[in-house]
Design a binder for this molecule. Structure first.
Ligand code: ARG
Length: 457
């Protein structure tokens, strides 16, 4: 039965009905919808808008409906949306008193409440998942703080660093993602229920009570805003997109690291798949999917922004389109975080290949220039001299590590024995002690700061 059939004389056209119905997708938030209704009827009872007995009857029946859907006895089908389904079921079970549930409420403030509850649940899960991922990355970074590898700029070997330093870069990104969600949660966790359809209600409701009942930090301050605000959803989707972007970046690196040309990473069998034709193949499908799924969430954000653009106040049916992108983003991010953390715990790195690669591409040239600069040559001039040395190495098939002191001295009298040590990757790493650097003791400090931030979450 429709919740609004009174003023109609004809049934809704079949195709229009199919087009209008949201139950096929909003049934996903039945728990939140029922939780919200239990809070609402309890508040109605407490305020004397319905009797305490009626409130108790409604709450008990709502709890039973929740349990029945949970254990598969009742399936949400055959109604316009989840709100109609729950109310119809309630009326069919308790009779006329069920028709009192919607007193001082509209589906507009109800749906806004439901999606906030749904998002809050998602955010809480994801903050925990991000915390676990950052912990896994930090532990791995600690283990790999002596594994040298090249740092790249423009995908060209740039300077030696360590795998620990590298993994900590991503740990910091995912830490910020968690912090962003914590901040976003503040704006999600405000109760719109009580805004009514748009201009609030004439009943003497107690919104603060409902808010407390549902664990909201407060109530929305303007009913027109309360029913039409989806900023919090755009904000969440933006946070989710950012986390997915980070996942796509690290997984892109892992994809090529796993190839023979790089050989930095050993794909765990449990996280790789084979080819139906090439028997030798072991493919990084999980990492590729983690890279690719970012596209969905970016799309979810774009959908939401586009739906909201130019919408006049207050509720418009366009807003029914908010759910699928939100549900998809929550589901995609949670799943991605779970699988990636499991991958991080299983993956092994090829330390030998990484160490060997760290000196390639004349990546210690900056050390050579720094050496001259420390001896008093202005850095720009030291850069020029070192450029000439690199050219000499390229022309003669040599490396900065294989040159003799005499060869160095041909380029500048400032060189002495010390240069031979300065251009070793392990020394280049050990001397980068400035805040943010890759020296072992600096990595220890960064780990401490990171874990300290993590403990605050
Ligand atoms: N299914 C609707 C939605 O998701 C519920 C709100 C309906 N409100 C209305 N005025 N028709 O947006």
């Amino acid at each position: 039965m429709k919740l609004w059939s009174g003023r109609f004389t004809a049934e809704l056209n079949d195709i229009a009905e199919q087009f209008n119905d949201s139950l096929p997708f909003d049934r996903l938030m039945y728990r939140q919808d029922i939780r919200g209704s239990i809070a609402h009827c309890t508040m109605l009872g407490k305020c004397g808008i319905i009797t305490e007995d009626e409130a108790k009857t409604l709450a008990a029946a709502l709890k039973a409906i929740l349990a029945d859907i949970d254990n598969g006895k009742l399936e949400p089908v055959g109604a316009e949306d989840i709100h109609s389904f729950v109310e119809n079921t309630l009326v069919s079970r308790v009779g006329d008193v069920g028709k009192k549930l919607h007193t001082a409420r509209s589906r507009n403030d109800q749906v806004a409440t439901d999606i906030r509850l749904y998002l809050r649940d998602g955010i809480d899960e994801q903050i925990g998942l991000l915390k676990t991922l950052v912990t896994a990355l930090a532990d791995k970074a600690e283990k790999e703080k002596a594994t040298a590898m090249p740092a790249y700029t423009h995908m060209q070997k740039a300077q030696p660093t360590t795998l620990g330093h590298y993994l900590l870069a991503y740990a910091n990104m995912f830490l910020r993602d968690a912090q962003r969600l914590i901040d976003c949660r503040k704006r999600v966790n405000v109760l719109p229920l009580g805004s009514g359809a748009c201009a609030s209600t004439t009943f003497p409701i107690d919104r603060e009570y409902t808010a407390k009942f549902l664990g909201f930090d407060g109530v929305t301050q303007n009913s027109l805003d309360g029913v039409s605000d989806r900023d919090f959803a755009v904000e969440y989707l933006s946070c989710a997109t950012q986390a997915m972007l980070h996942l796509s970046r690290i997984n892109e690196e892992f994809v090529y690291w796993s190839g023979e040309e790089f050989g930095f990473l050993i794909l765990p069998d449990e996280f790789s798949t084979g080819s139906s034709i090439m028997p030798q193949k072991k493919n990084p499908d999980v990492n590729e999917l983690l890279r690719g799924k970012c596209g969905r969430v970016v799309g979810d954000l774009m959908s939401m922004i586009t739906v909201m653009k130019g919408l006049p106040l207050a509720y418009n049916k366009d807003m029914q389109e908010d759910k699928e992108p939100l549900f998809d983003a929550v589901n995609t991010l949670s799943l991605s975080l779970k699988v990636f953390t499991a991958f991080m715990n299983a993956v092994e790195f090829n330390r030998q290949n990484m160490n060997a690669a760290s000196a390639g591409g004349h990546s210690c040239a900056t050390e050579c220039a720094d050496y001259l600069a420390a001896k008093g040559l202005p850095f720009r001039a030291a850069h020029e001299v070192t450029g000439k040395i690199v050219l000499y190495c390229i022309d003669n098939g040599k490396t900065l590590q294989s040159l003799t002191v005499d060869e160095y001295k041909k380029f500048s009298p400032l060189f002495d024995d010390g240069i031979l040590k300065a251009v070793l990757p392990k020394n280049a790493i050990a001397r980068r002690k400035a805040i943010g650097g890759c020296a072992s003791e600096e990595i220890d400090r960064q780990l401490k700061v990171l874990r300290n931030e993590l403990n605050k979450i």
